[in-house]
Design a protein around this ligand. Structure first.
Ligand code: NAG
Ligand code: NAG
Ligand code: NAG
Ligand code: NAG
Length: 591
């Protein structure tokens, strides 16, 4: 059971481990699969570790509002060269709340938004103020790493609302280098303002944000290289391709991101992808989206201009990635560092007639880039294992050989094992996407106050489903295998037997915590005493009895059980999470 701990300590053996993994994926041999299945997560939970080995470093590039479905990664040749070609890309990686602040809190805490309750970007329900008042930094990934001897370092955007009055480091980032961008200059590309370790504000005028972050990152890395025995976490979070955001007396104004001068001329012909869901004629969505008129020529021009600005603004990020990775190599830090490239949430331009922004449960806003390279991780691979930001802390702890707290809402992502298909742990097939705020179109003043919803996403062999219950009592249901662009809402054409299962699962996931998030079906189908004893006996066996997937739950013998369960509903379209606003109603009652 010490396989991985030993392997990660020895780069030479590691190489053969990844060869072994590649071999396993091309010709699955039972014994190899068995070895991989016995990833020592249980040992790690108990704090098993090899004390003689140097712990790995973690370097995270965290961009802001970067899409996967508008193809922005295709315009980043250096991310391809240094990360996609050298690592594994997780194509089913999601944020569970399509908004920067809740998303970033889930990433570092391993909790869904209904558990951390940072549900908005500004106070009182979101922002750094809310994060601090909830004391979410008491017990989260940065403190777990710091307690294990890590040097934690951060530069760039943390979460919304880091302001001159509130720029102190959260716990876990308070011992080494904490250098957040400070409001109102978090998103102003040529006038960034930083504060190092809660010190005085440091304003730069006429200097490009990503470039100064790049210079500072190199200096921080060189500092870290002075101490070869202390492992580090280093987060680099430039704001591109997020819009510029300007506070005005008239509210907040969003304008497209500004590229570095040297990139202004690029991609003159690029246009937002005209996928089948771009400005569609057919619009059978929830009422607030249905009410949107089709975009006019003027708006489409603006969308394309915004699209180009986003791609241009990402070029400096691309250069930053190359520069940092080359420096890691020069400093001798590269071989022992896991490098992650991800973003907080996705972004749409023109889809379903929505001008520009995020905040929906659709693919564009929730399915995001996640690339990881490092010791033992397959190169130039794509994995469709289902994962979310909430899975991130357990993943890091596992790679670091540290204990994984029992109350995390998600297990680790199978980054080391090349399971070409969905993770062995079936619980990763299902997660909730949640939202409790208004929707707005960036670069317009329109606000939509009925964008509170809960969705369940189910992704597994042969199915990919999105089921949503809205605060208005409306429902949506999409089959993304047949309809990847979510054009046809098939809620009214779907059998109650299927909808009953989805609703029941949503009902578990909306309040799940820890183990019930990791295996929601077990709440609906608790193991019998016999099964429990049986499982205890063959503890190592992966053959679990009972229901652990949609496929198993669809068994006819459970039809009556699911039909009898009350259905999930909201009382009201509140813009925050109040548990009494989310309840169940007897079956067949449509609000
Ligand atoms: C979440 O926070 C809001 C305040 O922002 C509070 O009113 C609400 O009760 C909290 N919800 C839960 C479930 O604790
Ligand atoms: C390196 O870091 C470790 C852990 O913080 C510390 O004990 C040690 O003194 C440091 N070494 C140097 C050379 O600074
Ligand atoms: C504020 O917004 C309103 C409505 O969009 C507009 O009519 C008005 O001119 C704006 N005022 C200023 C000072 O920008
Ligand atoms: C915002 O939208 C308007 C109207 O579509 C457009 O004319 C304007 O150029 C946009 N602003 C920016 C900075 O793109």
């Amino acid at each position: 059971m010490k396989t991985i701990a030993v392997l990660t300590s020895l780069p030479v053996v590691l190489l053969s481990f990844s060869q072994l993994v590649t071999a396993a994926s091309s010709s699955p041999s039972p014994s190899t699969q068995e070895t991989l299945a016995k990833a020592p997560e249980e040992d790690l939970r108990r704090g098993h570790d090899n004390h003689h080995r140097q712990k790995p470093n973690f370097l995270v590039f965290l961009t802001d509002d970067q899409d996967l479905h508008m193809n922005s990664l295709d315009y980043q040749p250096l991310v391809k060269k240094y990360l996609r070609d050298q690592g594994t890309e997780f194509t089913n990686y999601y944020t569970t709340t399509a908004m920067c602040c809740p998303s970033r809190v889930s990433l570092w805490s391993g909790q869904f938004a209904h558990n951390h309750n940072v549900t908005d970007e500004s106070p009182p329900h979101g922002s750094y103020t809310k994060f601090v008042s909830q004391q979410l930094d008491k017990n989260w990934l940065p403190t777990w790493l710091q307690d294990a001897g890590y040097s934690n370092n951060y530069i760039g955007k943390f979460i919304n609302g880091v302001s001159p009055a509130l720029k102190h480091a959260p716990k876990g980032f308070d011992h080494h280098h904490w250098e957040p961008l400070v409001a109102p200059n978090i998103y102003t590309f040529y006038s960034p303002v930083f504060a190092t370790n809660n010190g005085p504000l440091e304003a730069h005028t006429g200097v490009y944000q990503t470039d100064i972050i790049s210079d500072k990152s190199i200096a921080i890395l060189d500092g870290l290289a002075q101490n070869k025995t202390q492992p580090f976490l280093f987060v680099i979070s430039p704001t591109a391709p997020h819009d510029e955001v300007w506070p005005t007396s008239n509210g907040t104004r969003f304008t497209p991101p500004v590229p570095a001068k040297r990139h202004e001329h690029l991609f003159k012909d690029a246009k937002a992808p005209r996928h089948p869901n771009f400005n569609p004629v057919k619009n059978d969505k929830v009422s607030w989206i249905q009410s949107l008129p089709r975009l006019n020529e003027e708006q489409i021009k603006t969308i394309d201009a915004t699209y180009r600005a986003r791609l241009q603004s990402l070029q400096a990020t691309d250069e930053l990635v190359e520069r940092v990775i080359k420096r890691l190599e020069k400093n001798g830090q590269l071989d022992n560092t896991y490098i992650v490239y991800t973003t907080d949430n996705g972004y749409h331009l023109g889809t379903h007639r929505m001008f520009a922004g995020k905040q929906t449960a659709f693919q564009e806003d929730t399915n995001i880039p996640f690339i990881i390279r490092g010791p033992g991780i397959a190169k130039n691979k794509k994995s469709n294992a289902v994962a979310t930001h909430t899975h991130f802390p357990a993943t890091v702890l596992k790679l670091a050989g540290l204990p994984i707290p029992e109350d995390l809402d998600a297990h680790s992502i199978p980054v080391l094992e090349d399971k070409a298909l969905y993770g062995k742990d079936q619980s990763s097939e299902a997660f909730a996407v949640e939202f409790w705020s208004t929707a707005f179109m960036e670069n317009t003043t329109a606000r939509y106050s009925t964008n509170t919803y809960k969705s369940v996403r189910l992704i597994g062999r042969g199915y990919n489903l999105l089921y949503t219950v809205w605060c208005t009592g409306e429902h949506e249901y999409y089959d993304l295998v047949k309809d990847p662009f979510q054009i046809r809402n098939i809620y009214h054409q779907t059998k109650a037997t299927v909808l009953n299962r989805l609703d029941a699962l949503l009902n578990v996931l909306r309040t799940c915590k820890g183990p019930t998030c990791r295996d929601p079906w077990s709440v609906l189908h608790p193991p019998t005493l016999d099964e429990k004893n049986e499982n205890k006996e063959k503890k190592k066996s992966k053959a679990r009895r009972g229901v652990h997937s949609l496929k198993e739950a669809l068994d006819k013998r459970y039809d009556d059980f699911y039909a009898g369960l009350p259905k999930f509903a909201f009382k009201d379209c509140l813009q925050y999470y109040a548990s009494e606003n989310e309840f169940t109603v007897p079956q067949h009652t449509e609000l």
